[in-house]
Ligand binder design. Structure first.
Ligand SMILES: [Zn+2]
Length: 373
């Protein structure tokens, strides 16, 4: 596409310059495969995909890791209700997720680690945290001291407690020295998945799974850590704090891309409330590229409310972009401006305005880079 002729544009992410030398190491918190894909999940992965395609087009060598959280109490419980082994249950739902991502044009990541393949790394992480005094063991469970992560979050005590409780942390666990400590390794009982460890049979804690998968894939740090905005605390905060405490390398992530929450009627989309829009349902009546357009035609950090009329509007906008791409105009300055906007915090609305105005090659580059053909 002639991108080697473009003047280099600086990469800005999350409002700050992110100079890149060498490959861009990206990690996106993936799904817990126990249910169908909803628009909230899709939004995160479409945004990561748009960033990755932009970096690739600018020769910034992205490497993407998107994990699969296939060891998780929510999944174990859902599998138990369905009468399936947890790993088989996860594999079936992973298949549906992959199908939805393919229909949305989300490229397969270079690395797709599954939590159950990184148990040994979680054990080593727990041991490193114990060795450094950042964790302690009680009855086969290894707890990470959460005071630092909480202080760094800037949240109030009430906000911290609410967020921890929302994600299933037991604040009343009497074995903990502090309610904000979280398990890196958890003793397993009854039908829980279990692996051997120096502290007995157990399984990884959720945050520790991602910490271990990042460290296993990239070493002690990475360039861009992505995920839904609702994961900022506790998940990302504890993931980073555990990594930095274990390795001594900070920052764990040079930049964070926390994609804005998708709501319906002002409420977060969530399985627990039944407040869901399924990607598979949208795909019955709309092109995957139109769904991408609806998701991307805004700034990535903004929370938004989904309404069906937005999808019709996105269909129209996609048609207009395709019509502009079919024009003969060829303005190198407009083409460079499209890439400059995309590298400026993935400014899709800005790049689209330029592409629609200029048409021709600028529009074709945008359609290509955003995967909206
Ligand atoms: Zn994660």
């Amino acid at each position: 596409m002639g991108h080697d002729l473009l003047p280099p544009a600086p990469l800005v992410l999350a409002g700050a310059p992110l100079p890149m030398v060498g490959p861009a190491r990206i990690y996106a918190c993936g799904v817990t495969p126990y249910d169908v894909t909803h628009l909230g999940h899709a939004s995160t992965f479409v945004w990561v995909d748009a960033l990755v395609r932009t970096l690739r087009h600018a020769n910034l060598q992205p490497i993407v890791t998107r994990n699969i959280t296939d060891v998780d109490d929510v999944l174990t419980e859902a599998a138990r209700r369905a009468g399936s082994p947890y790993d088989e249950f996860a594999a079936i739902h992973q298949y549906d997720f992959d199908h939805d991502m393919r229909e949305l044009g989300v490229r397969r990541p270079e690395h797709e680690p599954r939590a159950h393949q990184h148990i040994g790394s979680v054990v080593r992480l727990a041991q490193a945290l114990l060795d450094r005094g950042a964790a302690y063991e009680v009855d086969g469970t290894v707890y990470f001291r959460g005071g630092g992560a909480v202080a760094a979050s800037g949240l109030s005590e009430a906000e911290v407690s609410a967020a921890l409780a929302e994600f299933g942390e037991d604040l009343d666990d009497g074995a903990k020295e502090s309610p904000v400590d979280v398990p890196v390794w958890r003793a397993s009982h009854g039908g829980d998945p279990a692996w051997p460890s120096p502290w007995g049979q157990g399984r990884p804690g959720w945050h520790a799974e991602c910490t271990a998968m990042v460290l296993d894939t990239y070493g002690s740090s990475l360039d861009i850590h992505a995920g839904g905005a609702d994961l900022a605390f506790p998940h990302h905060a504890y993931e980073a704090a555990q990594a930095e405490a274990a390795t001594g390398v900070a920052p764990f992530a040079r930049s964070w891309m926390r994609v804005g929450t998708v709501r319906i009627g002002g409420e977060k989309m969530a399985k627990s409330t039944g407040n869901l829009v399924l990607v598979a349902d949208l795909l019955k009546e709309h092109r995957g590229a139109a769904i991408r357009m609806m998701i991307l035609d805004r700034r990535w950090w903004e929370a938004w409310d989904y309404e069906p009329s937005q999808l019709d509007a996105a269909e129209g906008r996609l048609d207009a972009l395709h019509a502009a791409a079919g024009r003969r105009d060829d303005d190198p300055a407009a083409e460079a401006e499209v890439m400059r906007r995309l590298l400026d915090d993935v400014d899709v609305p800005g790049a689209t305005a330029v592409a629609l105005e200029s048409g021709g090659r600028a529009a074709r580059v945008l359609v290509h880079v955003l995967g909206m053909s």
